[in-house]
Design a protein around this ligand. Structure first.
Ligand SMILES: Nc1ncnc2c1ncn2[C@@H]1O[C@H](COP(=O)(O)OP(=O)(O)OP(=O)(O)O)[C@@H](O)[C@H]1O
Ligand SMILES: [Mg+2]
Length: 376
């Protein structure tokens, strides 16, 4: 049976809650040609919003060609060039005039094009190129896009991955090429917030202040509550305010976790949803994810694990080195806790955000947080 609460790829506007303001800013930026960096905590809905934006561009028939490229799996400049070419081929219809020009252009750099037998997505095998050739191919690809009649929006997801490439100065190279373009607008997004901020706001870095920042916060709890209510009701299921509040409180209004809990509750529900059903769903989720939590533990030191338990017990902590917090949870001295915090942020397990001038620490994985809170 269909389930309106999705927690994987974007489907439709109807199954996507709100983000109207952010969507409007992104649309305004791509129409005016301003590049944007989308930053947020993990799994808040950055990638979803990009697809929501693309959907809107297509629905409104705006004169923009949106291209999405996820570079998470790329390991080198060569991979980047290849992944970008594939993304362009996927986005531009082969038979359109740009499509034909692009195929011709791609053939000129001598790749072999095959089609994935399962998804029929195009796959390129570029004949092995030297680093210099890769740089030139990148330049030609982007210049090609720039020379089209229509405006192009190029959304690069997991952008921080460029920092892992072995080639020198990839950031500088990209920035130099991008600076020369007039017709391509960029939307950069990534799941490692610290690295993204460093790339775009680190004074010494090539992309320093080259984009506008758009920060994605948690969805408005009231708006999310109405979204949840509507989707249960439309499927003929009753849900009261108390149950909705329970869901949002347990998942801390964090998108992915809320979607997943609602998804499970929806599958378990018959006529009515009540708090006891939600608790059952929550237990089921924690049991199924406990394998992953066990793996986290393997990757961490005992001190790091204990620190996570302490933060989980508090839910959120603002002063991680306060005497009171250290003492209450037997965490040792401030300098070792600072090291733990740095390591856990680096591993993307701990999140630190600034709210009203204060640093707030919480676990990125709300389910892990709930599990630790229960278990210890
Ligand atoms: N506004 C929304 N309404 C409903 N579902 C949403 C919304 N935003 C995101 N989602 C869903 O929540 C899940 C997580 O969102 P998404 O993958 O976009 O997050 P992300 O910020 O890109 O995560 P990561 O940091 O891991 O890259 C996805 O399944 C997505 O479909
Ligand atoms: Mg994402």
């Amino acid at each position: 049976m269909y389930n309106p609460f999705i927690f994987r790829a974007y489907k439709t506007k109807e199954l996507f809650c709100d983000r109207e303001k952010e969507l409007a800013s992104l649309l305004a930026n791509c129409l005016s040609g301003a590049d944007t960096t989308l930053v947020a905590q993990r799994r808040i809905g950055k990638t979803g919003l990009i697809h929501r934006l693309f959907d809107e561009i297509r629905t409104q028939k705006l004169p923009i060609i949106p291209i999405y490229v996820d570079i998470f799996a790329t390991r080198s400049l060569e991979d980047f060039v290849k992944t970008l070419s594939e993304a362009i081929m996927t986005a531009i219809p082969e038979k359109s005039s740009i499509g034909r020009k692009f195929s011709k252009f791609i053939r000129s750099i001598r790749p072999i094009i095959t089609y994935n037998p399962l998804t029929s997505a195009p796959q390129l095998q570029l004949t092995i190129q030297s680093e210099e050739e890769n740089r030139q191919t990148l330049q030609s690809l982007l210049t090609f896009l720039d020379s089209q009649d229509e405006k192009i929006l190029l959304a690069i997801d997991e952008f921080q991955q460029i920092r892992e490439y072995p080639e020198a100065n990839v950031e500088a190279l990209l920035r130099t090429i991008i600076q020369q373009l007039n017709n391509v607008t960029f939307l950069y997004c990534g799941s490692k917030r610290h690295m993204m901020l460093d790339i775009f706001s680190g004074e010494r870095n090539p992309f320093y202040r080259s984009t506008e920042f758009l920060t994605l916060h948690k969805l408005d709890a009231e708006v999310y509550a109405r979204f949840i209510e509507r989707h249960f009701k439309e499927a003929g299921l009753e849900i009261d305010q108390k149950s909705i509040d329970y869901i949002l409180q347990w998942t801390r209004v964090h998108t992915y976790f809320t979607q997943r809990l609602c998804h499970t509750v929806f599958n378990m529900a018959h006529k009515r949803v009540d708090v006891s059903l939600i608790k059952q769903a929550a237990i089921q989720i924690l049991q199924s994810d406990s394998i992953i939590f066990g793996q986290y533990q393997q990757l961490l030191t005992a001190a790091q694990w204990n620190f996570l338990i302490a933060v989980a017990k508090e839910g959120e902590v603002s002063q991680v080195t306060s005497r009171q917090f250290l003492h209450k949870h037997h965490l040792g001295n401030p300098s070792s806790v600072n090291r733990i915090v740095t390591a856990l942020i680096e591993k993307n397990i701990l999140d630190d955000r600034i709210e009203e001038g204060k640093n707030i620490y919480s676990l990125n994985d709300v389910f892990l947080s709930r599990w630790l809170e229960e278990k210890y």
